[in-house]
Design a binder for this molecule. Structure first.
Ligand code: CA
Ligand code: CA
Length: 381
């Protein structure tokens, strides 16, 4: 009986181990795939304590959009264990973009093709680092990035945290085949050299595959009546509506930040999910304290679209508090019911009545609304 029981237990254990192996391998592969990082050990052996060095090429987002400028950091970490940390004297990396580069390019922060990448300013400003090689090389329709960072201090450099050594920008012009831009690195020319014995301690390198999405996005700005650049920092929600020539409507919600010029702009490009592209739309904007405003026409293409700059002069008119896109006596009644003293502090329910965003409800909010009340019913666009 005992024996049978033992056998069963060991069988179960074996089965569990086998099952977990069978499951873990695809899960591991799946994990690496969804991360979209090519993580490879540079060292021939597995956990080599002489090769603790780690380089990671880290994009700001794993997905970029056609027309967008994606910033990508090259990060490194000589040692992960504090007690074992030893200084290094240099770092070299060669990144290879195997795709033909007509679809994308390495650019500067303004989007113009560049022949150099930017060293990390914090490291540069220490005066201890030199970057004799930081080239973008275009050959045979392909791109390579070569970087050499040399630490000139007598102590060398050590860190157990990931540190950015340089940054480059990638701009996509067209969606590449398969919708991906893979990046590889050259194993021979990618190194991290220890200060003491001039040996390569680089053990692992992670480089990304960048997904390219051809969905449309929009950058745009607009104004609000009574709000200028001196107003305290404001983030405001909105609903933007795209109307095509056939009368089809597409609405999206987003939020915008007030800048110092008094213009509200999306903090990030607004993703226009499922909006048909290569079409012209008439665009309207609405929020919870203003009448709807016609911003104007825009033709939407794949990737990041810039709205006409005139939109930044469109001013949303205050005073529609029940969201029916009409300013009338109902809206006046609503704001007057919150105007109980000369100065009324904001709480969780009355914020929409602070139409000039100065964090108080006073006579200026009421009179802004009254300035728009020029008929029994004032309709938004
Ligand atoms: Ca109303
Ligand atoms: Ca106010």
């Amino acid at each position: 009986m005992e024996k049978v029981k033992n056998l069963k237990v060991s069988e179960i254990v074996a089965l569990v181990i086998l099952l977990s192996l069978v499951i873990s391998i695809p899960v591991l592969i799946w994990g690496l795939r969804t991360q979209e990082f090519d993580v490879r050990k540079k060292a021939a052996s597995g956990e080599d304590p002489n090769k603790p060095g780690y380089i990671m090429v880290y994009p700001a987002a794993s997905t970029t959009y056609v027309g967008e400028i994606l910033s990508v950091d090259i990060e490194f970490r000589p040692y992960s264990i504090v007690d074992q940390a030893k200084p290094i004297s240099s770092l070299t990396i060669e990144l290879i973009f195997p795709e033909t580069y007509g679809d994308f390019d390495i650019v500067d922060v303004n989007g113009n093709p560049t022949d150099t990448i930017e060293p990390n300013e914090n490291l540069l400003n220490t005066g201890n680092w030199a970057f004799p090689v930081r080239s973008v090389i275009r050959e045979n329709g392909k791109i390579r990035i070569e970087l050499a960072a040399i630490n000139l201090s007598t102590d060398g450099y050590q860190s157990t945290e990931l540190v950015s050594i340089a940054r480059f920008y990638l701009k996509t012009y067209e969606k590449p085949e398969g919708g991906k831009i893979p990046i590889y690195y050259n194993e021979d020319s990618t190194t991290m050299i220890s200060k003491a014995n001039a040996q390569d301690i680089l053990g692992m390198v992670a480089v990304p595959t960048i997904n390219v999405n051809s969905e449309a996005l929009l950058d745009f700005g607009y104004r609000m009546q009574g709000v200028d650049g001196d107003t305290p920092t404001v983030m405001s929600g909105y609903e933007i509506t795209f109307l095509d020539a056939g009368g089809n409507q597409y609405s999206y919600q987003g939020s915008s930040l007030l800048n110092e010029d008094g213009v509200f702009r999306s903090e990030y490009s607004l993703l226009l999910d499922n909006l048909p592209v290569n079409k012209t739309y008439l665009v309207y904007l609405k929020d919870s304290r203003h009448l709807r405003k016609e911003l104007g026409f825009v033709t939407i293409l794949s990737g990041v679209n810039q709205a006409p700059v005139e939109w930044e002069n469109r001013v949303l008119l205050a005073g529609d508090f029940d969201n029916n896109n009409i300013l009338n006596i109902v809206d006046l009644g609503k704001i007057l019911s919150e105007y109980k003293a000369l100065q009324n502090p904001l709480n969780s329910t009355n914020q929409i009545y602070d139409v000039n965003w100065d964090n108080i409800i006073d006579i200026f909010d009421v009179t802004l609304v009254l300035s728009n009340f020029t008929a029994i019913q004032v309709f938004g666009d």
